[in-house]
Design a protein around this ligand. Structure first.
Ligand code: ADP
Length: 256
């Protein structure tokens, strides 16, 4: 299941990247195809020129078919926000996260059972947790602890958030931490200090993207030699918990 999650993360990243690239590429190929078709009409009627242009048109058509497939794939990656019970979600993936960090790292949690439900894509939130736990593991070479905490965030909201109710979820480790320059770049796509083949530099940018797309926010605080806390503010799914008053069904005449 862990391999599956990693695979899902890879697909997710590819999905986001291909979405943008495929769209631009498709437009370019459409322009190429249009010009080639015009050129074909204006060409002198010699067999060799015609064959060359026809080959080019066929290649461009194969290209547009491919970009259409990529776009269809990327569209499947859209977020599906639902009301999520964070304690349940965390308990469902806890074993998996423990396997990801290994036996030398303790996991602590502080999640109230009566926490309001979040409005977020649950699969993506699981992936975000996995990314944060993998980062904590890498920062804890000689063991240590990772702490997950969740609480209603009535005060101390980041300036970027509008009014409303949010839950703050944080993942902290007492690992090696980051210097200021690293903190300021940590969420950039492809920024990694882990070396070729080890880090992709996409973990925190995925977490950042999820927070932003969910209408929330992210904050990374870290100190070299002390540890790191990544906090996510996610909106409360308020409208989902309100129950409409039952409407009396209209009285019906018994059938005769
Ligand atoms: P990756 O883990 O593939 O490098 P990320 O985007 O998840 O990509 O992280 C970017 C960089 O931020 C890491 O290479 C590392 O330098 C730093 N970083 C992230 N999380 C932590 C952490 N918990 N402790 C120390 N450094 C971290």
């Amino acid at each position: 299941a862990l391999a599956q999650l990693f695979e899902a993360q890879k697909l997710d990243t590819i999905g986001h990247l291909t979405g943008g690239v495929a769209h631009d590429f498709n437009n370019l190929l459409m322009a190429v195809l249009g010009s080639l078709n015009l050129l074909k009409k204006r060409l002198p009627a010699d067999e060799r020129s015609e064959r060359l242009v026809t080959n080019a048109i066929q290649a461009a058509e194969r290209g547009t078919a491919l970009t259409q497939r990529l776009l269809a794939f990327a569209r499947r990656q859209e977020l599906k926000p639902q009301a999520v019970d964070f304690l349940r979600l965390f308990e469902n993936v806890e074993d998996l996260l423990a396997k990801a960090v290994g036996p030398r790292i303790e996991i602590h949690k502080s999640i109230p059972a009566d926490l309001a439900p979040l409005l977020v894509d649950s699969n993506q939130l699981e992936l975000a947790l996995l990314n944060l736990f993998v980062n904590a593991r890498d920062a804890l070479e000689s063991g240590g602890a990772v702490t997950v905490a969740a609480a209603a965030a009535e005060e101390a909201l980041p300036a970027s958030l509008a009014g409303g109710n949010y839950i703050r979820i944080s993942v902290s480790d007492d690992g090696e931490g980051m210097d200021e320059a690293t903190v300021s770049r940590a969420a950039e796509p492809f920024f990694t200090t882990k070396g070729v083949g080890k880090g992709t530099g996409l973990g925190l940018s995925m977490v950042h993207g999820l927070a932003a797309q969910s209408g929330g926010s992210i904050q990374i605080s870290s100190a070299r030699g002390k540890g790191t806390t990544v906090s996510l503010w996610l909106p409360v799914a308020e409208t989902f918990v309100k129950v409409q008053p039952a409407v009396e069904p209209p009285a019906t005449e018994p059938l005769k």
